[in-house]
Design a protein around this ligand. Structure first.
Ligand SMILES: O=C(O)CCC(=O)C(=O)O
Ligand SMILES: [Fe+2]
Length: 345
């Protein structure tokens, strides 16, 4: 449950507006080697250049798994508030209405988890806390050997990570970058800072003043390399075009949406830009979304790939580690803040 005071509701109210539907590029990942794959790689690169956003079909992630994890996650959000709060933590764990550390509010509750080689956990420093397991009376602690929600999230995270690596290999191919794993290795490493977020946007409340829509998740770009998003077929996700105009993404429960993140903007020396996006709650249906964030190992030094620096060979960004960048997204920064501009040369 998300509980907001009247003044908080007013803060996240949005004017009733119906943005146009986004024309989202589609990349079919199932194309075999040869002309089909080369065409998919070209389509991927132009989608990243134009929108920083596209959707993938032929992704190979079993839909039964996707539906099972989504059902278990939705079950988690129906648990009594006290049980959900038992999994609360900062920066990972269960939270409601507050996003990040800068005071952003949203009509949302979520689980934010680290994806490590040891599985999907709310982080080592959080080991004492529990993640209640939806529908599992026997296993209520995250450290229990069998927790259906955790096991499904783990299986899901590893399938989606594999797919994300495939997308990044296709991207390297389309960009003419070698070796083929020049980008994907950053997400495939045992130390990669991968995260999984499960968001629940309850239906819009009947009575609130100041607008007929609410902010679910305010405008931002994702800081990582790549985000892989899937939702339960409920609308609400909006992306901003390069000219700042918002467009609503038509939901598609069988495909995955891919976001270019800030770190990929840097790796491509600005050839791709991270996509601004937000979630607007207008629906009478709950929206459940699951987002895998592919981030590099904390100590990884990020700088444009040499092959993408052009003839002059100049980098638009000064070198920094992922840990440095990530900490700039904490420390009270607002979702909407542009953090990359501080790193421009
Ligand atoms: O819930 C969604 O559909 C998108 C949320 C989002 O942008 C995020 O978690 O970074
Ligand atoms: Fe996001």
């Amino acid at each position: 449950m998300v509980v907001l005071a009247k003044a908080e509701l007013e803060q996240i109210a949005l004017p009733a507006a119906q943005p146009p539907l986004a024309h989202v590029r589609v990349v079919d990942l199932s194309a075999g080697p040869g002309a089909g794959r080369a065409a998919a790689a070209r389509a991927l690169v132009s989608a990243c250049e134009e929108q920083g956003f596209f959707k993938v079909t032929g992704h190979g992630v079993p839909l039964e798994l996707v539906r099972a994890v989504e059902a278990a996650a939705a079950g988690f959000f129906t648990l009594p508030q006290a049980e959900k709060e038992a999994a609360a933590g900062k920066p990972v764990g269960y939270a409601s209405k507050r996003i990040g550390t800068g005071g952003d509010l949203g009509w949302i509750e979520y689980l934010l988890l680290s994806v490590t080689s040891a599985g999907v956990v709310p982080a080592a420093s959080f080991a004492a806390s529990t993640l209640p397991c939806a529908g599992a009376a026997a296993a209520r602690s995250l450290s229990e050997p069998s927790c259906p929600l955790r096991e499904l999230l783990e299986e899901y995270a590893s399938a989606v990570r594999r797919m994300a690596c495939g997308v990044l290999e296709l991207m390297a191919e389309g960009l003419g970058v070698v070796p083929a794993d020049a980008i994907s290795r950053l997400v495939a490493d045992d130390d990669s800072d991968n995260m999984l977020r499960v968001n629940h946007y309850p239906p819009r409340p009947e009575l609130h003043q100041g607008g007929s829509l609410l902010t679910g998740f305010g405008e931002h770009t994702d800081p990582q390399i790549i985000s892989v998003l899937r939702s339960n077929g409920t609308s609400g996700l909006e992306i901003a075009a390069r000219d700042g105009a918002w467009a609503s993404v038509p939901p598609d429960a069988d495909s995955f949406f891919i976001n270019v993140g800030d770190a990929l903007q840097v790796l491509t020396n600005g050839r791709f830009s991270s996509v601004k996006h937000r979630v607007v709650v207008s629906s009478e249906r709950s929206r459940v979304s699951m987002i895998f964030f592919g981030g590099p190992p904390p100590g990884e030094r990020l700088a444009p790939l040499r092959q993408l620096m052009g003839d002059g060979g100049s980098s638009r960004y000064r070198e920094f580690t992922w840990k440095e960048y990530k900490s700039s997204t904490h420390r009270g920064s607002r979702l909407v803040d542009d953090r990359l501009c501080r790193l421009e040369n």
